[in-house]
Design a protein around this ligand. Structure first.
Ligand code: PGA
Length: 233
């Protein structure tokens, strides 16, 4: 399975070196592990042996006068193998629009990098979550012609960092819905991850969800031992 860890805005060079020294010792064979670190830490982290490093975001253009942003060209050059696009914190805190997300995907497609497109409904959208997810995916893939190497992370916004998870049967229903949507509209299959308060003690009930390829984990990935326990659970 895929176990993708989102460190968000956490850890220094020192912390990360310590973490990866420990993690390199763990046997995670048979799984795909990726850590999304802050852009400043990508280079420090690429001496990984049993995992990949990814970027948490990219700018909407390759170069230019965008103070404070980091481009796809820069993160690929630093060694990132995967990039998160459209994380709910980007959408809801930084006002990222569907248009921004679609531009970022088209830009990233010019490079040899995996794209993890994050989608998810807010609490007040729960009643019509399928429409919300459908619109997010269709906007994001608008104008994209090559669907290779794209992963969908389904993360209900109300489950992120709250300790509350979606029910396995609801996740399974959404996985089926997303699969059908991709098949009907794009004739493709993409791996689908679940994210939102996943931890070692609850991941067991999600691992058997039909069609689910893995997890995107925030809080429970910040400690190497804890994240390894989640993988092994
Ligand atoms: P969480 O974060 O595991 O802390 O809920 C998940 C995410 O934001 O991707």
């Amino acid at each position: 399975m895929k176990y993708y860890a989102n460190f968000k805005m956490n850890k220094t060079v020192e912390n990360i070196n310590e973490y990866f020294k420990d993690f390199n010792e763990f046997d995670v064979k048979g799984n795909e592990v990726c850590f999304y670190v802050s852009p400043a830490l990508i280079q420090t982290s690429v001496n990984a042996t049993n995992f990949n490093i990814g970027a948490q975001n990219i700018a909407t253009s390759k170069w230019g006068a965008l103070t404070g942003e980091t481009s796809i060209e820069q993160v690929v050059n630093l060694g990132a193998k995967s990039v998160l696009i459209g994380h709910s914190e980007r959408r809801n805190i930084f006002g990222e629009t569907d248009e921004d997300i679609s531009s970022k995907i088209k830009l990233a497609k010019e490079y040899d990098i995996e794209i993890v497109l994050c989608v998810g409904e807010k609490l007040e959208e729960r009643e019509h979550k399928k429409e919300v997810i459908e619109a997010q995916i269709k906007h994001a893939l608008n104008g994209v012609s090559n669907y290779q190497n794209i992963v969908i992370a389904y993360e209900p916004v109300w489950a992120i960092g709250t300790g509350v998870t979606a029910e396995p049967k609801d996740i399974e229903e959404m996985v089926k819905f997303i699969n059908n949507l991709l098949e009907e509209n794009y004739k493709v299959k993409m791996p689908i991850l679940y994210g939102g308060s996943v931890k070692a003690s609850n991941v067991g009930s999600f691992k058997s969800i039909s069609g689910l390829s893995g997890f995107l984990v925030g809080g429970a990935s910040l400690n190497a031992q804890e994240f390894y326990e989640l993988i092994k659970a």
